[in-house]
Design a protein around this ligand. Sequence first.
Ligand SMILES: Cc1cc2nc3c(=O)[nH]c(=O)nc-3n(C[C@H](O)[C@H](O)[C@H](O)COP(=O)(O)OP(=O)(O)OC[C@H]3O[C@@H](n4cnc5c(N)ncnc54)[C@H](O)[C@@H]3O)c2cc1C
Length: 431
Amino acid sequence: MKHSLVWFTNNIRVKDNTVLHNACEEAGKIIAVYCFDPSHFEQTEYGFKKTGVFRTRFLMESIKDLSENLKTLNIPLFIYSGKPEENIPRLCKRYTITDIYVQKEWTRDEVSVQNKVADALEGKCYLHQVFDQFLFHPDAIPYESFKEIPEVFTTFRKQCEKHASIHKPVSVPKSQPISNWENTNTNLPSIDELGLKNIETDSRTAFPFSGGETAAWQRVQDYFWESRHLSKYKHTRNGLIGKDYSSKLSAWLANGNISARSVYHEVKKYEAEIEKNQDTYWLVFELIWRDYFKYVSLKHGAKLFKIGGILDKTYSWKRDEETISNWIEGNTKYDFVNANMKELAATGFMSNRGRQNVASYFAKEMQQDWRVGASYFESLLIDYDVHSNWGNWMYNAGVGNDPRDRKFNIESQSNRYDPDNKYTRLWLKNT
Ligand SMILES: Cc1cc2nc3c(=O)[nH]c(=O)nc-3n(C[C@H](O)[C@H](O)[C@H](O)COP(=O)(O)OP(=O)(O)OC[C@H]3O[C@@H](n4cnc5c(N)ncnc54)[C@H](O)[C@@H]3O)c2cc1C
């Protein structure tokens, strides 16, 4: 009889989860595991903790919710604070696991961990890996190989919209027969145990939400169906204050608390039942950006993290400590940049408009090594996603996929998007 292990990484959900679905379809008895990998909490070469407290808290909430949801399916979730390559083989031995199911990854660190686990298993278990983080599945896109992914987003979007279909979500697995697994009790580590200091999120936050699949679907319910904010998304998405100017789905998407496919099909349902307009389409348009950066990273691999980016461009980048700390602390000559940086430090969130401006200021105006900025974002952002973060930073630094290589005029951006200084006052008063 098969004994299977579902290894959760950043696909922390039970709905529309192909990895879990396949395991339940194919396997006899199932357990699940999540590892808080110490390498995710180390300091990076740029001097910041890879995962800061806001993202960690969101992740912990996500795992707690997953554990409860899996319980209803009679699947125990083992939670470890430790290396996957040590804990998973031990678990496999204890429960005579034959098959492991995990989401397929391609970025260096993730691949390295999966390889280490495979090595430690010494061929004793079969590792099933599937891509499950896309809107357009790699099998559905109109390209023979990732090398053909266009360098310009609009080309990619138009070709995919024309030729690629979006898979229907897979069903939630049925409850498994009760198995008398022994010693299934494990606990979430505390923030302290992960080497972080807990800090309260500032009450002015635009992201007053919790992690987890339940909260993700609650947000869809509120943003789509109850308030119908989706009907005006394109008109409000450049806002700066409050929870409703944009969907705020990014953190749940980054942790895989909800799939991009599920969001897409929910938009389609909304369009059929309530209203279809440019705004409802635009949320899908943005989800295609999210996919695009994943494909850019599949195509270009480690170039995503190189100073010359995917264009191999040589600029005279600097690393001036004072400039970097002034940027981080919100102490630059622009109030608009400062307000955004203070919001990020106090909440782990910043609007898309803010992110573009502070990144452009850092990389284009101050010519600082853009990877330092990207690494600071990685540490702070509650919705950090390796492809979206490094891809957007490359784009804004002029070493990525921006065909126009724009530099933001911060003054005019601030006049346009914060004409009454409401946003800058919100974050610069009392701070
Ligand atoms: C320098 C920089 C760094 C960024 N880092 C990240 C990151 O680490 N993680 C992340 O999810 N997004 C990142 N973004 C993209 C974008 O800012 C956020 O996705 C968005 O602000 C999240 O808020 P929302 O969910 O309300 O977005 P909405 O406006 O409601 O958009 C809906 C969804 O579309 C996707 N999306 C929207 N804009 C983009 C974009 N430019 N690139 C990729 N996907 C997009 C997100 O999944 C988002 O949740 C970054 C942008 C910049 C300029």
